[in-house]
Design a protein around this ligand. Structure first.
Ligand SMILES: Cc1cc2nc3c(=O)[nH]c(=O)nc-3n(C[C@H](O)[C@H](O)[C@H](O)COP(=O)(O)O)c2cc1C
Length: 286
């Protein structure tokens, strides 16, 4: 990567207006090479990703697939095919966010799109197998700079804002916010998690520090996502689990850059959780 991971995370935002200009060969090749490396998630699920050029028909089909927000002139899509598995959506979020950060580093704009792609034209492009699904895709292309982070949809989503860190990060129990002092060397890393993208900017990630372990929880947004009428009618994937994988990606890449090594494990500390909150995974410091 050319820039530091902190710089790349700072540059990334959901770009919804692209220049009507194909992705240059050099950038296309670089992204394709990166996608080749994204084959297995940190929690063990296999996936494969492809960069495809966007046609007019692809662009028009997006609305009917349950995505929100108008995406103007995407020139390419990163499509992923995901195998089944207990933590497959988290792995998908992790792998595809890693690809987004690589795309950001070479100057491309990106936007996650959650939708019903599994039986769409996008499935044909990646020759989707029976055992695979496409929980989301990513639009990409060159950024229209003058619109940048100011669009109407961004205002609607409060996309330039995040929840306060006290609400997201805790120590020992859900009742005790993690102070900057108690976060220590991890304060900067948690800030990188805070700026992660999430479906409808709901930011469902919660992290509880207990000694040298960081426990990741999904706090489901009431009236949104899995189990709601909207999600079942549109047959959308459980996108808040994809959000969890995205947060894991920001956490791990920043941890490694800061020399704070560790690994993922299934180590539920069995602490009392608030309503609608489920344990996902733990990062163990090494
Ligand atoms: C899983 C997922 C699905 C998303 N789906 C859409 C979508 O369908 N349409 C859209 O315009 N943005 C979509 N987004 C982008 C979010 O709205 C965006 O990440 C959030 O508002 C925060 O803004 P930022 O990415 O610019 O920081 C999605 C993001 C994620 C992580």
């Amino acid at each position: 990567m050319k820039s530091t991971i902190q710089e790349i995370i700072g540059q990334r935002y959901s770009c919804r207006s692209y220049l009507d200009e194909p992705i240059r060969e050099m950038h296309r090749q670089s992204l394709k090479d990166f996608l080749e490396t994204q084959q297995i998630g940190p929690l063990g699920t296999h996936a494969r990703f492809e960069l495809v050029a966007a046609t007019q028909d692809d662009r028009q089909s997006l609305k009917g697939l349950g995505t929100y927000g108008f995406i103007k002139n995407p020139t390419g899509f990163i499509i992923g095919a995901l195998e089944q598995g207990p933590k497959n959506l988290e792995d998908y979020g992790y792998l595809l966010e890693h690809a987004i950060l690589a795309a950001t580093d070479i100057g491309l704009g990106t936007c996650w799109l959650g939708g019903t792609f599994t039986k769409s034209r996008f499935a044909k492009k990646i020759s989707l197998r029976d055992t695979e699904t496409i929980p989301a895709v990513v639009a990409t292309g060159y950024i229209v700079e003058k619109i940048g982070r100011d669009g109407q949809i961004r205002k609607y989503l409060s996309a330039n804002r995040r929840l306060p860190k006290e609400q997201l990060f805790k120590i020992d129990t859900f009742g005790s916010p993690l102070t900057t002092e108690a976060a220590g060397a991890y304060a900067e890393l948690l800030e990188m998690v805070r700026w992660a993208p999430s479906a409808s900017n709901k930011q469902p990630w919660r992290i509880v520090r207990i000694g040298d372990t960081w426990h990741f929880y999904l706090q489901r947004t009431k009236g949104y996502g899995k189990g709601t009428l909207l999600f079942s009618v549109l047959r959308l994937a459980d996108l808040q689990r994809v959000d969890m994988g995205i947060a894991m990606c920001h956490f791990e890449l920043t941890a490694r850059a800061l020399g704070l090594n560790g690994h993922w494990a299934n180590k539920d500390p069995q602490i009392k959780t608030p309503e609608n909150t489920e344990y996902i995974v733990t990062w163990l410091n090494e």
